[in-house]
Design a protein around this ligand. Structure first.
Ligand code: SF4
Ligand code: SF4
Length: 68
């Protein structure tokens, strides 16, 4: 079974810089109408952590989901 990850965004800190959008290898992050980042399909996240490592504002967090 493929491991799943939760993608949590702290909209209070996100400034919509798009760094994570550009870095995400599976292209699931986008800038929404509120000019903050959002996730389109969390189930496609591969947990590479590029977004979390490179976010200058510590606004995005990836956590493995419990296997069910
Ligand atoms: S890198 Fe951080 S601040 Fe920039 S859009 Fe992504 S979550 Fe928001
Ligand atoms: S951990 Fe990787 S695959 Fe998941 S949202 Fe962040 S950049 Fe995309």
């Amino acid at each position: 079974m493929t491991k799943k990850y939760s993608v949590r965004i702290d909209k209070k800190w996100c400034k919509g810089c798009e760094i994570c959008v550009v870095l995400c290898p599976v292209d699931i992050l986008f800038i929404g109408d509120d000019r903050k980042v959002d996730v389109s399909d969390e189930d496609k996240c591969i947990g590479c952590l590029q977004c979390e490592y490179h976010c200058p504002d510590f606004a995005i967090f990836i956590n493995p989901k419990e296997e069910s």
